[in-house]
Design a protein around this ligand. Structure first.
Ligand SMILES: NC(=O)c1ccc[n+]([C@@H]2O[C@H](COP(=O)([O-])OP(=O)(O)OC[C@H]3O[C@@H](n4cnc5c(N)ncnc54)[C@H](OP(=O)(O)O)[C@@H]3O)[C@@H](O)[C@H]2O)c1
Length: 229
């Protein structure tokens, strides 16, 4: 059990919901970001549910409310994300901007808002749900998304470098297909052949629990064989 406090974005469904359920079982205190707080739907007893929409840039209000409620923030887990299948040639600026806003800029703002609290924690943790699309460009249609996910991995390394002396450790989790609404919309993979959201949640738990002397900068996971992942 733990008295630690985590902020989790994208907690309404998919990987974020699995992370929230797992951490709740471990006794973490949770502040959950959702575009519609009604989506929590009784699944997260005692959690602090905040309206969070990356497009509205409301991360500062969320972190301040969490700090007021709990008095500390030990971890930020960024699971909110969007994927529009577009090539780097065809994608329009608005679509590309939206992916950068949700997948990169909003996580940066949330971490920034929580930064003094993470520094005070002495063992602050940041986990960014990046993607294998942050490690390679697998297809033409994943190109625009991959631009944002490569940036998400750069963000994670930048956080790791900046926070090191304060005991902050940052991890980019890089999955292939995970059985959520996002993957089901873009692949013919059978759901049962995809990585389980609960298994990605276990990776998040490991990243949160490792001591400061065992930094996990990146963690890749895949449900199909590729050359390096
Ligand atoms: N599934 C995969 O195969 C896969 C693979 C690699 C990486 N990832 C990454 O893992 C993360 C989680 O993905 P997932 O599979 O769980 O996707 P998902 O099931 O589609 O869930 C996406 C989550 O992001 C939230 N979200 C979307 N737009 C938002 C916005 N503007 N502001 C705040 N929240 C927003 C959604 O909230 P609403 O419910 O309100 O829409 C939902 O909670 C993403 O960053 C994704 O890129 C996923």
């Amino acid at each position: 059990m733990t008295d630690r406090v985590a902020l989790i974005s994208g907690a309404s469904r998919g990987i974020g919901a699995a992370v929230a359920q797992g951490l709740m079982r471990e006794g973490w205190q949770l502040s959950l970001g959702m575009r519609d707080p009604a989506d929590s739907d009784g699944r997260f007893d005692d959690a602090h549910v905040m309206r969070h929409d990356a497009m509205l840039r409301d991360e500062g209000d969320w972190a301040a409310a969490a700090l007021k409620r709990f008095g500390r923030i030990d971890a930020v887990v960024c699971c909110a994300g969007i994927m529009t299948p577009e090539t780097v040639v065809d994608v329009d600026d608005d679509t590309l901007d939206a992916m950068f806003e949700v997948n990169v800029k909003s996580p940066r703002r949330l971490v920034r808002a929580a930064w003094p609290a993470l520094q005070r924690a002495g063992k602050g943790r940041v986990v960014i749900l990046a993607s294998l699309s942050g490690k390679r460009v697998k297809s033409a249609a994943s190109g625009a998304y991959a631009m944002s996910k490569h940036a998400a991995i750069a963000l994670t390394h930048g956080i790791r470098q900046t926070g090191w002396d304060d005991g902050i450790r940052a991890t980019a989790i890089c999955p292939g297909f995970v059985d959520t609404d996002m993957a089901r919309a873009i692949t013919d993979f059978a759901p049962s052949d995809m990585t389980r959201p609960e298994d990605v949640a276990r990776m998040v738990h490991l990243a949160l629990d490792m001591p400061n002397t065992a930094s996990l900068a990146e963690m890749a996971v895949n449900c199909s064989p590729e050359a390096h992942f």
